[in-house]
Design a protein around this ligand. Structure first.
Ligand code: FAD
Length: 452
């Protein structure tokens, strides 16, 4: 525990900011949490994206690290997804399991999770001596380092200013804290939009809140350059997301064109979503852009550090953005605990150890689009996956499929997972060449014998 005189401003009360605020407060820091949104507990309509997310082992471990009981409460009602359900053009469904031993990723409502974390802060405040101060509708405009850190923000149209000992930036993809940090350090930084947009759709529940497709699978309609996915919600509905290139989505503007496109590509999704709703979605709903932000370093001295999407915004195809952000929180809290009062040692160590892992997961996330939208239908991919699975079951200590390492093994870092997987892939390739060689040799022997 640190003396409560050490004050921290956490910028951003999204998923990562709310969790780190709780974690820091539990370590004894005096925390103020700022967000430009209105308080989700009282706001009638929030601007939170109404999507559900897949929470997996890394995220769950971080929640438990902050507070075991809190984790139980916020994860209450998650829906396990044991594998993908692939929908082909004719509407046939094929299940592909994620884990070797019944592991699952879990569907959770983003809005509910964020709200639960803010409620946990309220609960913490009702029992702890030092409270987490929540300041909503506060748009932070800059952080400046002097003796401590000055936070400039605008609230009710009025400029305001607070002083803290240090700042944690968890203010998402377009982070203002990151921009301020870039003026202080030699930060390597890249931002890349990918040519892909997403549109959210909704599959309503069946009679009496029943699920109209299997809730324990992540449903995918893979169509190579575009795809549709669906994740279950607790009330029997599904949140469905269409991903496709901008040019394609922009060409789908006329009801007849949209109808033709869906009948051709997602026949079995039409009765689930409803043709009118699909047309409404393509013609009126907002479209989301997808981009990657990669940077390093993440801190300036012991004064400022960025985590979550502020430091590494990734495309959503590995379902790791939030999980990775939660893992940031656990690693940062562990380092603060380990380094006692030496915050600079903790922050420097975070930057040094985290960069390689973040780079690895950003790459994996991008690559996984091809796996989800295209590879899952290829016979060679399915054969390799089967072989990968067989080896993983036979030698669980020595052979672990990449998906398992990323999604179910928080004890293996992202970069180690990539290294380990590359080694395994090389072995699989040799085995394949070996098999091909044996077949060819057998064939040659057979022909030689016949020609005698
Ligand atoms: P955010 O959630 O963006 O929160 C940032 C907060 O900062 C917001 O509350 C914002 O209001 C506030 N803020 C911003 N600027 C300011 C400012 N100037 N002043 C004050 N406050 C500010 N991840 C997964 O792990 N699993 C998934 O299945 C998954 N699916 C996804 C699907 C889609 C379509 C998308 C787009 C993303 C998905 N992600 C998923 C990624 C996940 O949503 C993000 O990684 C996660 O929300 C990041 O959390 P964060 O708290 O860092 O940032």
């Amino acid at each position: 525990m640190v003396e409560s005189s050490e004050s921290v401003g956490v910028i951003g009360a999204g998923l990562v900011g709310a969790l780190v605020a709780l974690g820091l407060a539990k370590q004894g820091y005096s925390v103020t949490l700022y967000d430009l949104r209105s308080d989700p507990r009282t706001a009638k309509k929030t601007s939170l994206r109404s999507i559900n997310l897949a929470v997996s082992e890394r995220g769950i471990r971080a929640l438990r690290y902050v507070d075991e009981e809190m984790a139980k409460r916020v994860l209450d009602g998650i829906i396990p997804m044991y594998g993908r359900m692939i929908h082909d053009l004719d509407g046939n469904q094929e299940s592909q399991l994620y884990g070797l031993f019944g592991e699952a990723i879990n569907s959770i409502d983003r809005k509910k999770l964020n709200q639960s974390l803010i409620e946990e802060i309220e609960l913490f405040n009702s029992s702890a001596k030092s409270k987490i101060e929540l300041i909503f509708e506060a748009k932070v405009t800059s952080v400046r380092v002097n003796g401590g850190v000055t936070i400039d923000y605008v609230r009710d149209g009025e400029p305001q200013r607070d002083h803290k000992d240090f700042v944690v930036g968890a203010d998402g993809t377009y982070s203002v804290v990151r921009q301020s940090l870039q003026k202080l350090i030699r930060m390597n930084y890249s931002q890349e939009y990918i040519d892909m947009c997403y549109l959210e759709m909704y599959i309503p529940p069946g009679p009496n809140g029943s699920f109209r497709i299997d809730p324990n699978r992540l449903h995918i309609w893979p169509r190579k350059t575009f795809m549709l996915i669906a994740l279950a919600n607790q009330d029997g509905s599904f949140t469905s997301t269409f991903f496709g290139p901008w040019e394609l989505v922009e060409s789908l503007q006329q009801p007849k064109t949209i109808e033709f496109f869906f009948k051709k590509n997602f026949k079995d999704a039409i009765p689930l979503i409803g043709l009118d709703k699909i047309i409404e979605c393509f013609t009126t709903y907002p479209r989301g852009a997808l981009m990657q932000v990669n940077c390093s370093r993440y801190n300036f001295q012991d004064k400022c550090i960025i985590i979550g999407d502020a430091a590494h915004s990734m495309v959503p195809f590995y379902g790791q953005g939030m999980n990775c952000g939660f893992e940031d929180v656990r690693i940062l809290l562990e380092l603060l605990e380990k380094n006692g009062r030496d915050r600079q040692a903790a922050f420097d160590s975070y930057t040094e150890t985290r960069a390689e892992d973040l780079k690895a997961i950003l790459k994996l996330a991008l690559r996984n689009y091809h796996e989800m939208s295209s590879d899952v239908t290829s016979s060679l991919y399915l054969f390799r996956k089967k072989l990968d699975g067989v080896l993983g079951r036979l030698m669980p200590q020595h052979w672990i499929p990449l998906y398992t390492m990323v999604s179910f093994r928080s004890d293996i870092s992202y970069s180690d997972a990539v290294r380990f997987s590359q080694k395994q892939q090389r072995i699989l390739k040799w085995a394949e060449w070996g098999a091909v060689g044996s077949i060819l040799a057998g064939g040659a022997l057979y022909l030689a014998r016949r020609s005698k």
